[in-house]
Design a protein around this ligand. Structure first.
Ligand code: HEM
Length: 413
């Protein structure tokens, strides 16, 4: 096993390099941008096992010192504060339960008419036959509007969240990036505290708290009436939901549309039969998922991965997109196949931290692709694929997505 350095054109096409790594072994010691090494897990079976392994902790207190020195972890808080994604059971179980009720398949299905309405409004505002940036015009505003409404934060502030969110998830260690990350954490926490205080006041006045359907109110009730979480956790949960609720789905729509534009047969099949869209969403998640690598874990004991000892204290990174192209699990993994059987991809993770928002993301993806292709069946790329801009790797250890996606919105197939 040797140290691996990333570079070259990794963001444009990470898959050839991932294939080479996966062939060489299930786990590799790699250099991270934060000044220390990590163990990168590349094969499906080992990735799935790692995501469900209690010896790999999510708690910042166990993180290696170099992450602390890089400012990515402080005390009990990860980059998005104290929340369910940055802790282990029993705190994880408690914090997930508080929010879990809002994300059941049934609750999410009830959002369908509103998500459809937001989608239709966004698409109606796009000029048919002309060039647009699909990220700016559609892929970003759809999920941020949905999650803002669910939480009960003003949608008019969405450009501010976008900037804060981008700064917060940047993992580069350059001093100016670190400063921006810290400033964004302070600004977003201050903003959310203000909203919580306002909502508390309103709830006291109206005494109608339980009737408020938004998640901020639900969290306040859980904290103030049932003592299920403290104030730091309340803000951390909100921050996580706001960021996780849009930074990922934007990439499902962006990466997914690009994959379809590069596979005209598949695109044609979907235009002809929109009933295939839910299967397409799963296949697009597997083929070029929004979360390239799972969030960071730390081994709290020596862990054997396919004969390699990952020593206690090591940082472990599970390469979800690499595992989802493992030929030992998926036949012809580099092909987009709408009829792929048993498509148990890892795009939403696995185990206790399996994506809480998966039913919402699936619904948003299904509505987005059905409506986009229904209205603009002749959609095509407005630039050669090699000129597309991906969000910079130094800022994106975890997510994979396009900065812009220029398309021409043809209405005729
Ligand atoms: C966790 C992917 C959309 C909320 C995760 C994880 C992945 C993931 C891979 C696990 C990370 C890990 O184990 O390190 C995705 C993808 C999405 C998406 C691919 C879109 C296509 C959403 C949405 C929400 C959301 C819309 C809604 C608010 C969460 C939360 C967690 C999570 C709260 C933490 C769960 C826990 O720690 O128990 N997501 N996500 N996600 N996701 Fe998503």
């Amino acid at each position: 096993m040797q140290a691996e350095h990333e570079g070259g054109n990794h963001m444009a096409d990470p898959y050839p390099k991932y294939a080479r790594l996966r062939e060489r072994g299930a786990v590799h010691r790699v250099r991270t941008p934060f000044g220390g090494d990590a163990y990168l897990i590349t094969r499906y079976a080992e990735a799935r096992a790692a995501l469900n392994d209690p010896r790999l902790s999510k708690h910042p207190k166990n993180a290696p010192a170099f992450l602390r020195e890089a400012g990515l972890v402080t005390g009990d808080a990860g980059p998005l504060g104290v929340n369910m994604l940055s802790c282990d059971p029993p705190d994880h179980t408690r914090l997930r339960r508080v929010i879990g009720k809002a994300f059941t398949a049934r609750r999410v299905l009830a959002l369908r008419p509103r998500i459809q309405e937001i989608t239709d409004d966004l698409l109606a505002a796009l000029p048919a036959g002309e060039e647009v940036d699909l990220i700016e015009g559609f892929a970003f505003p759809l999920p941020i509007t949905v999650i803002s409404e669910m939480l009960g934060v003003p949608v008019s502030d969405r450009d501010r969240f976008r900037t804060w969110s981008r700064d917060l998830i940047s993992t580069a260690s350059a001093p100016e990036v670190r400063q921006r990350r810290e400033a964004a954490a302070t600004a977003l926490t201050g903003y959310l505290s203000g909203l919580v205080a306002e909502r508390r006041e309103r709830m006291d006045r109206e005494l109608a708290s339980e009737a408020q359907p938004d998640l901020i109110s639900a969290l306040i009730v859980a904290a103030d009436r049932h003592g299920e979480l403290d104030e730091t956790e309340l803000l951390g949960e909100l921050m996580l939901l706001l960021v996780a609720g849009h930074e990922t789905t934007v990439n499902l729509i962006g990466n997914g549309t690009l994959a379809l534009l590069r596979a005209p047969d598949v695109l044609g099949a979907l235009v002809a039969d929109p009933g295939l869209v839910p299967a397409a969403v799963e296949e697009l998640l597997r083929y070029d998922g929004p979360v390239e690598r799972a969030t960071l874990r730390t081994a709290v004991e020596d862990v054997d991965v396919d004969g390699v000892t990952v020593p206690s204290g090591s940082l472990v990174v599970v390469a979800l997109n690499c595992a989802d192209r493992d030929p030992a699990r998926f036949d012809r993994p580099d092909e987009l196949d709408l009829a792929r059987p048993d498509n148990q991809h890892l795009a939403f993770g696995h185990g206790p931290h399996f994506c809480l928002g998966a039913p919402l993301a699936r619904l948003e993806g299904t509505i987005a692709f059905t409506s986009l292709l229904g209205r603009f069946p002749g959609i095509r790329l407005a630039c050669p694929p090699e000129r597309l801009q991906w969000r910079s790797q130094s800022a994106m250890m975890i997510l994979r997505g396009l900065e812009t996606l220029p398309v021409i919105l043809g209405t005729v197939n």
